[in-house]
Design a protein around this ligand. Structure first.
Ligand code: UD1
Ligand code: CA
Length: 459
């Protein structure tokens, strides 16, 4: 990767989009791809990605008026970010200048990124910063468009970028150019305000175009350059069809990265990751598995088919599924087993513990090597509050038991099948809480004999 050395950098993300084509109550940039908002993706691809010292890096985000939700999302990724509001949409250069106070603090590099371009790789941003380090005042991310309609065209003369022409302002000859502006721009942070404030709005849309930074920089005798990226990488998202297309690209990247890092995916196309999924070596993931946000899987675990995981940590050698659901706060210890149709929420399952079939374990601690029988339910909710269940190490819970929280089962204790446990059970005790069985020898035969030959009652 190109080194950006110790140059300081301001990453500026423009997120003041309208996004009306999403047909959504949610602003466009908060729609998610691989479990992370597009705004989050944009921030992660530009902010603190340099290979050098990141202590001089800063982040500024421009949001639309009243967009507290977008601002809150920025804070989730970078609490220290400066958030600016662009009161009226008057063009991309105008949006950049909404963050004038941050730019004025003086950075070596300024990266301007659109929040609806979620697939840009950090390496590409590093190449743009390298272009600045090599002496360019403006570096523009370009790509070869199959259909360049709607994009700004990069005008290159004698190998030098001289201008960017917006679709609406272009001549027919310029519209025939396929070298298009991806929308991401790197500027010499020491000259940026001088360049940006010289941009006017005399164009077909009466907007302040960031793209005019190129022509302005040229007039000031500064050098402008193009950094190429693939069309896939700069894919923009304006509607839900493009959202799904971007999801597909990102999932393929995540699958490939997992396999290259030592994970076996038997049917990669059926496994869905989140951007933050962390998964160790020699993990085997069977077909049709979903990883929501916040999942961490240690080396050598197996995730069987049709499992759904979210906010969960699975330790080495543990087995999950098939058809298991791990919800936020599930933590499976080393070699633990959670089998089919088992749901775990906010529960610590100790090493070697087994919950093999048809159970709900929520707000609980399960000790090491405990055995939880089929159909065990922790009754953790009374309609108002949640309460905890603690099951000791080596305890044995008989099948079809209900543990009514708050309740503690001591180490090594037994709970008889079909019990409804409402009181604590001391270590090594046996608790039975069920109706006693009554058996009447010969009763069934006598009943049949008595009924024989009598007409059946019709309801
Ligand atoms: C822009 C570029 C075009 C490039 C294309 C790539 C300009 C003038 N044109 O065109 O060369 O090929 O992106 O997708 O820059 N925004 C604001 N405030 C504004 C206007 C825009 O925050 O006042 C934000 C939008 O939310 C969006 C981004 O800037 O994230 C781009 O704006 P948009 O209007 O979509 O620009 P394009 O016409 O697509
Ligand atoms: Ca656009």
């Amino acid at each position: 990767m190109a080194s950006s050395g110790n140059r300081t950098c301001l990453s500026l993300v423009l997120a003041a989009g309208e996004g009306t084509r999403m047909k959504s109550a949610l602003p466009k940039v908060l729609h998610r791809i691989a479990g992370r908002s597009m705004l989050g993706h944009a921030i992660s691809s530009v902010y603190r990605q340099g290979s050098g010292d990141a202590s001089g890096d800063a982040l500024a985000v421009v949001v639309g008026p009243g967009r507290d939700d977008a601002a809150a999302e920025v804070r989730r990724f970078a609490g220290e970010a400066d958030i600016f509001i662009q009161a009226a949409r008057r063009g991309t250069a105008h949006a950049v200048l909404a963050a004038q106070a941050a730019i004025a603090r003086g950075f070596d590099d300024l990266i301007v990124m659109f929040a609806d371009t979620p697939l840009v790789r950090a390496e590409t941003i590093a190449r743009m910063r390298a272009a600045l380090a090599a002496g360019a005042a403006v570096a523009v991310m370009g790509f070869d468009a199959v259909d360049p309609t709607g994009y700004g065209r990069l005008i290159v003369e004698n190998g030098e970028l001289t201008a960017i022409r917006e679709q609406k302002d272009a001549t027919d000859a310029e519209r025939a150019l396929t070298l298009a502006n991806a929308g991401i721009m790197a500027l010499d942070g020491r000259r940026a305000l001088e360049i940006l404030s010289a941009i006017g709005s005399q164009n077909a849309q009466n907007e302040y175009y960031l793209t005019d930074a190129v022509a302005v920089a040229r007039r000031l005798g500064l050098k402008c350059t193009v950094v190429m990226a693939s069309a896939e990488e700069v894919m923009g998202v304006n509607d839900r069809v493009q959202l799904a297309a971007a999801e597909a690209v990102l999932q393929d990247r995540l699958r490939e990265a997992a396999m290259r890092a030592g994970v076996t995916l038997i049917a990669p196309q059926t496994v869905f990751f989140s951007s933050d999924t962390r998964i160790g070596r020699d993990v085997v993931v069977e077909p049709n598995v979903w990883f929501g946000p916040g999942v961490e899987i240690a080396d050598g675990a197996t995730i069987h088919a049709f499992s759904h995981l979210e906010g969960a940590r699975v330790e080495t050698g543990a087995n999950v599924g098939p058809y298991a659901r791990l919800r936020p706060g599930a933590h499976l210890g080393r070699d633990a087993k959670v089998g089919n149709f088992v749901e775990i929420k906010a529960a610590d399952v100790g090493a070697g513990a087994k919950i093999s079939h048809l159970s709900y374990i929520g707000d609980a601690t399960v000790g090491a090597d405990a055995n939880i029988g089929a159909g065990t339910i922790t009754c953790n909710y009374d309609g108002f509050d949640k309460a905890r269940t603690e099951i000791g190490a080596g305890a044995f819970i008989g099948s079809n038991s209900a543990l009514v929280a708050p309740v503690k089962i001591g180490d090594g204790a037994y709970v008889g099948s079909g019990s409804v446990i409402t009181e604590n059970v001391e270590p090594d005790a046996l608790a039975l809480a069920r109706g006693r069985q009554a058996t009447k020898p010969g009763w069934a035969a006598a009943f049949r004999a008595e009924r024989q030959g009598k007409p059946k009652k019709r309801p």
